[in-house]
Design a protein around this ligand. Structure first.
Ligand code: IVH
Length: 673
């Protein structure tokens, strides 16, 4: 991105985020999810990190979060309301435990894991068992007195329950901390009512709960079904609740509903099983969760571990990955499926959705693109709906570049498939290859797969293919490997021996060389030479399948059209299913070995500019002799070639690691020897 492009993108992002803020804070209406808002904000942050001169005081990134609201009186918290550090994987959790081990070596911790409810934090103060005050988190130190509003929440007891077990908590001052939440069901019902009354809908229960508590009129609050669920209890004598599990039990004793489920575990593996278990099951809970809180169960140890900044060391929030994200459409490519149907696919900047990196999103058909008006250059919201390929939910049209033109399926088909003719059958949303019926294309595909230049399957010529497809024994390429001698023998063309030969000929081609397999898949525009180039570059089929558009274009001999066609092929659900089926049947190409040569096993990096050749040329010559070319110096680099105008940092790094440094002339000597 040039500086001008960055400045213009930053401005667009600022405007849109300001609009969302206005809708949310002023109009009580939320049009986007947190994931979308946060995604755009972090994009802006990244631009501002690259170009600090673009930071303006009014940028949403400069806003201090958690400010004290006007209109409510301020209350200082008895103890600061802290936040939690986020973790996203088992590795992160293990790193957290290592940090604690350093601090308290040799301690075997018990872990308390509890679902994390996505609401608005509040502290409820009870004096001698009576509810006296409710305070929001505010900035953590000073919150707002929302007593009158919280009093309307039915699950906040005005008098604590008395019992023998509860008695220690019924004298003096205690503080219950937890989340004000709204159930998913109540939220939906309320939103429906609002829509019916022509009022703007809320985006999610959390925002609605937060918006409600900020109302100055408690009557309005009472009309909305809020709930309270607790996660902590603070008393004058902490020894009454030595663990977080005993805290949860104490909350139940005094008649306050704690956040559940919550459990105690001895090992992190058990905690992770709990995390995984609730990753799916959380959808069935009454309230929205955005993860789990994991704490050291023993409160003494928890306290000993202390606080860094605003977060305790002995607790983390495990965040479930967002199921939505924003990205920019780089291209719209079209894949032609087995039946000749043309499916458009959006190629997007890589982005993590629901825990995995997404590079393509399905667009279904031309009507869908028109309806959503998706254009190349658009910023879109992507979501996963249980399919292999994620979908585009909608366009953020405010971020559309002026140059973005409407998508035209016919024009694109002509550009991407100049040699084919398409038709759109009456009443169908899909364009298909003209005159092509499913079986016809399938026969061609199987024939191609078995051909000499591809898998070279003996005796599987045109006539046999036709017989197998017509008999419905082969419905996709992988079905070849499921054929049995008995099935084949039943066909007119086969006898005992010929059927046996065919099955054997197929069976010996279960581990074909990668270039042949790539060619055999029949990806449009991928001929034998391109397949060899791709195999040499990517070495494994998985690498090819996950390659980004730019990476494909960087392969020698691969242009825009071929790159698009490869992306489209791998982005097609049918093809992904086919690959999965191949894999299950043990049919998979052998990885391409690194070229062997005198530089085999040696790794080179170049710094500065070379006078006799460009970097690409150096890389190619090193690779052609079996060596590896690296773009940066790592622990495993054998030689750092030092050219002209070298930056100090790479040399310092190389020196530190102890990488051998050689001159350009020395490299030439090695290459020419
Ligand atoms: S324990 C140091 N447990 O999430 C704060 N918090 O991101 C310890 N939250 O401030 C909090 N569910 O407002 C805890 N089961 C749970 C929670 C929970 C939601 C909120 C809470 C906290 C924030 C931290």
């Amino acid at each position: 991105m040039t500086k001008n492009e960055a400045a213009s993108r930053a401005n667009d992002l600022k405007d849109l985020l300001a609009k969302y803020d206005y809708e949310y804070y002023i109009q009580d209406k939320t049009s986007v999810s947190d994931a979308v808002y946060d995604g755009l904000k972090s994009e802006l942050k990244k631009i501002e990190a690259d170009y600090p001169e673009l930071i303006t005081p009014d940028s949403p990134t400069q806003r201090v979060v958690g400010t004290v609201l006007k209109g409510f009186s301020k209350v200082e918290h008895s103890a600061r309301m802290l936040s939690l550090n986020d973790v996203f994987s088992k590795d992160d959790v293990e790193a957290w435990i290592k940090r604690m081990d350093k601090l308290l070596p040799g301690h075997q911790h018990e872990f308390f894991a509890q679902l994390k409810f996505d609401g608005l934090a509040a502290a409820l103060i009870y004096q001698d068992g009576k509810f006296v005050q409710a305070v929001t988190r505010g900035d953590g130190t000073i919150g707002e007195d929302v007593t009158a509003n919280v009093k309307t929440i039915a699950s906040v007891p005005l008098n604590l329950r008395s019992s023998k077990a509860a008695s220690p908590f019924l004298k003096g001052r205690i503080e219950v901390r937890g989340e004000i939440v709204m159930s998913k069901k109540d939220f939906e019902a309320l939103n429906k009512k609002r829509e019916a009354a022509g009022q703007p809908a809320f985006a999610n229960p959390r925002n609605l709960a937060a918006g409600t508590i900020r109302q100055l009129d408690p009557k309005l609050v009472a009309a909305r079904p809020l709930n309270f669920r607790a996660y902590d209890l603070i008393t004058a004598t902490p020894t009454q609740t030595p663990t977080f599990m005993s805290t949860l039990e104490a909350l139940e004793q005094i008649g306050v509903a704690p956040i559940k489920p919550a459990e105690v575990f001895d090992t992190i593996d058990d905690v992770m099983r709990f995390v995984d278990e609730w990753s799916e099951k959380r959808n069935q809970l009454l309230f929205n969760t955005d993860g789990l809180v994991i704490k050291v169960n023993d409160r003494m140890q928890y306290a000993r571990m202390g606080i860094v900044g605003k977060t305790p060391r002995a607790a983390v929030a495990f965040k479930y990955p967002a199921e939505e994200a924003t990205s920019v459409v780089k291209d719209i490519v079209i894949s032609i499926g087995r039946t000749g149907a043309a499916t458009p696919v959006a190629v997007v900047d890589p982005v993590v959705v629901a825990g995995s990196t997404v590079q393509h999103a399905s667009l279904h058909n031309a009507d869908e693109i028109t309806k959503k008006d998706i254009r190349v250059g658009d910023t879109v919201v992507i979501f996963k709906a249980g399919d292999i390929i994620p979908q585009v939910d909608r366009v953020l049209s405010e971020l559309r570049p002026k140059s973005a033109i409407s998508f035209n399926m016919v024009r694109e088909l002509r550009r991407q498939y100049p040699e084919l003719e398409f038709e759109r059958p009456e009443g169908e949303a899909v364009y298909r290859v003209k005159g092509a019926t499913g079986p016809l294309l399938l026969k061609k595909a199987v024939e191609h797969f078995a051909s000499k230049a591809a898998l070279d399957i003996d005796t599987l010529g045109e006539k046999n293919v036709v017989a197998l497809v017509d008999a419905k024994l082969v419905n996709d390429l992988a079905d070849l490997y499921l054929l049995t001698k008995e099935q084949v023998m039943k066909l007119d063309r086969f006898a005992d021996l010929s059927a046996d030969n065919l099955i054997k000929a197929i069976d010996v081609k279960k581990r074909p060389p990668l270039p042949r397999f790539i060619y055999g898949l029949g990806i449009r525009h991928v001929g034998t030479q391109t397949a060899i180039d791709l195999a040499n570059h990517f070495k494994r089929l998985d690498n090819l399948g996950t390659a980004a558009y730019q990476e494909l274009k960087d392969v020698d001999g691969i242009g825009e059209i071929v790159a698009e066609s490869i992306i489209a092929w791998f982005a097609d659900d049918d093809n992904q299913e086919l690959l999965a089926k191949f894999k299950k049947l043990g049919v998979w190409p052998k990885d391409t070995k690194v070229a062997s040569g005198k530089l085999s096993g040696l790794k080179f990096a170049v710094t500065g500019s070379l006078s006799t050749m460009g970097r690409d040329m150096a890389a190619e010559r090193i690779r052609s002799l079996g060596g590896t070319f690296q773009t940066s110096v790592g622990n495993d680099t054998d030689y750092l070639v030092v050219g002209d105008n070298v930056g100090e940092s790479k040399l310092i790094k190389a020196r530190k690691i102890g990488t051998k440094q050689i001159s350009e002339q020395e490299l030439l000597n090695i290459l020419d020897k």
